[in-house]
Write a protein that binds this ligand. Structure first.
Ligand code: PRP
Length: 229
């Protein structure tokens, strides 16, 4: 990690797409499009800033160990302390339980039946069902979770829902909302000290570009300060 450069870790897809306007608000343009390039390190028009593309679940790891100075990750990938995340309120979605339309989830839960649940988010699912006293067998999957109830692999899934279109297209229905999710900016604590002069303007710009800060500004409130620096 070079002292005169900063590296921002992003994952392709929703988080990348919704972080771009925040970067633009800070006057920053990414100079190559991730879908049109095989490069994993993308230059920007900011002479000291590069964007690196990593898997969403790897963002906290890159930031924690200094492979990146800062990164944007979903609340479903909790950063370990001593991170001080700033909620960017982007890539908003929810973590929910969904089942086939013909599966009587309420009855199964009421009867204390043992339910098979497929998910990528095993820890969240385990905690949620334990808190409700529902007996579950958890099956870890890495993608296409909607297939599990359709093929008989599981009774239910725990997955992210945004528009609900994926569930609908696969004849699944949302039966419980576990938590609301939005994405957070996490910063390497060493970089926060050593690269403060480079990071501070960026952190302030991010803080001022969140939907909540913009709404407050248009209502006449004082501009938001970068909560992290
Ligand atoms: C998520 C999730 C669903 C889909 C829901 O997948 O796993 O499949 O989005 O979105 P919708 O409610 O708007 O249809 P994502 O596209 O993030 O990719 P992933 O499968 O790699 O997690």
């Amino acid at each position: 990690m070079s002292a005169d450069r900063i590296t921002l870790a992003l994952s392709k897809g929703r988080i990348y797409d919704e972080t771009l306007p925040l970067l633009q608000a800070a006057g920053i343009e990414v100079l190559e499009h991730p879908e049109r390039s095989r490069k994993l390190i993308l230059p920007t028009n900011h002479p000291a800033l590069n964007v690196v593309l990593v898997r969403a679940s790897d963002v906290p790891t890159y930031v924690q160990y200094g492979g990146a100075d800062l990164g944007v990750c979903g609340k479903d990938t909790p950063p370990p302390p001593p991170f001080q995340p700033l909620d960017l309120q982007i890539a908003r979605c929810r973590m929910s339980v969904a089942v086939r339309a013909d599966f009587d989830y309420v009855r199964a839960v009421r009867q204390g039946a043992r339910i098979r649940v497929a998910t990528k988010y095993v820890a969240i699912a385990r905690e949620f069902f334990a808190s409700k006293g529902v007996h579950v067998d958890l099956i870890k999957l890495y993608g296409s979770m909607e297939l599990a109830p359709l093929t008989g692999l599981a009774d239910a899934i725990v997955d992210l829902v945004s528009t609900g279109n994926t569930l609908k297209a696969n004849q699944l229905v949302e039966v419980e909302r576990i938590m609301d999710i939005s994405s957070r900016l996490v910063v390497n604590q060493g970089a926060l000290k050593v690269k403060r002069a480079l990071l501070r303007p960026l952190l302030d710009a991010f803080a001022q570009a969140t939907p909540q800060a913009r709404a407050a500004q248009s209502a006449g409130a004082a501009p938001a300060q970068g909560a992290l620096a």
